[in-house]
Design a protein around this ligand. Structure first.
Ligand code: IMP
Ligand code: MG
Length: 294
């Protein structure tokens, strides 16, 4: 049974796929009432027995509309089209809409349950990592760190500003006593010049189990400098947890002990990452249509 209006339904339903959960959250965000797989339609019988049936993903009672998502395997799409056609033949009064991957992604980019101006939508090329995928993976990383640092008290160092979202989500999935601190550094600009510390740590590192929490390792120059700099402060151990790894552009070899996702050679934004200070508040990771010139 659907919970009362105003309460997110998506928290109470078990979905078969993440894309379904995400779609449900968009509906929740817009206050659209929905039911998940409420009805199975018999489509074909053979020898008096049911041979084919179809259970659309969602039903939106206010619109009297069934919605089927086809965001998954492209080869299943043809079969879905056939089922939808059969359903329409057999139940002409039933309204159903197939939502394909590009419909769905533009919907996500447009309504991605975050504040999003039309201008920003136009700049987004595609959603690479959805909010649900981020949530699941950050949870896993937290569990892994909790296991590895059992009986210890790690010091998490968030690298500003890109790691802000990742850091605040990650720490809540680490079930250990811990300390946090933040550091801001000027990005490595590819010139001879050193990376500058814009804001230094307040915590001493000597004898502590330190984990650097970073947004993305791209060329690896920043991280390489950071590791060298922090090692001089004599921590008991020094590890790296990076949300994203973009190995295509790597220069120095740098260790990434905990890695969220490997991303292709595209300029990515969202979930803390920016392009000219914009897009940090997107709840997902997206690729820009026109990345910065390189
Ligand atoms: P690196 O020194 O090249 O590894 O990159 C250091 C910093 O550049 C990262 O911490 C990010 O803040 C920024 N950066 C690199 N690649 C991207 C990207 O694709 N999107 C947004 N920021 C990036
Ligand atoms: Mg940046």
């Amino acid at each position: 049974m659907a919970p009362p209006r105003g309460q997110p339904q998506s928290a109470t339903v078990r979905f078969a796929h993440e894309s379904e959960e995400e779609f449900a959250r968009i509906l929740d965000f817009y206050g659209v009432i929905w039911e998940y797989e409420p009805r199975t339609f018999p489509l074909e019988e053979k020898d008096g027995r049911l041979a084919l049936a179809f259970t659309p993903d969602f039903y939106l009672p206010d619109l009297d509309l069934y919605v089927e998502l086809t965001t998954l395997k492209q080869k299943l799409v043809t079969e879905k089209h056939r089922k939808v056609r059969l359903l329409q033949e057999r139940y002409p009064d039933v309204q159903i809409k197939l939502l394909n991957r590009s419909d769905y992604l533009s919907l996500l980019a447009k309504y991605g349950f975050g504040p999003f101006s039309e201008l920003e939508v136009a700049g987004i090329h595609e959603v690479l990592i959805s909010a649900a995928e981020l949530e699941r993976r950050v949870k896993e990383l937290g569990a892994e760190i909790s296991r590895d640092y059992k009986d210890r008290e790690p010091l998490l160092i968030g690298v500003l500003r890109g790691a802000a979202c990742f850091m605040s989500d990650l720490m809540r999935h680490i079930s250990l006593p811990l300390t946090t601190d933040y550091m801001a550094i000027s990005s490595y600009d590819g010139e001879q010049g050193e990376v500058q510390i814009v804001k230094d740590l307040e915590e001493p590192l000597a004898g502590r189990d330190v984990i650097i929490v970073a947004d993305i390792v791209d060329t690896g120059m920043t991280l390489s400098w950071l590791l060298e700099t922090l090692r001089l402060r004599n921590p008991a151990s020094l590890k790296v947890c990076a949300l994203l790894d973009k190995p295509a552009r790597r220069l120095p070899k740098v260790p990434i002990d905990y890695c969220g996702f490997v991303v292709p050679d595209k300029f990515v934004v969202g979930y803390g990452l920016d392009f000219r200070q914009k897009f940090r508040n997107l709840p997902f990771i997206a690729a820009l249509k026109h990345g910065p010139p390189r």
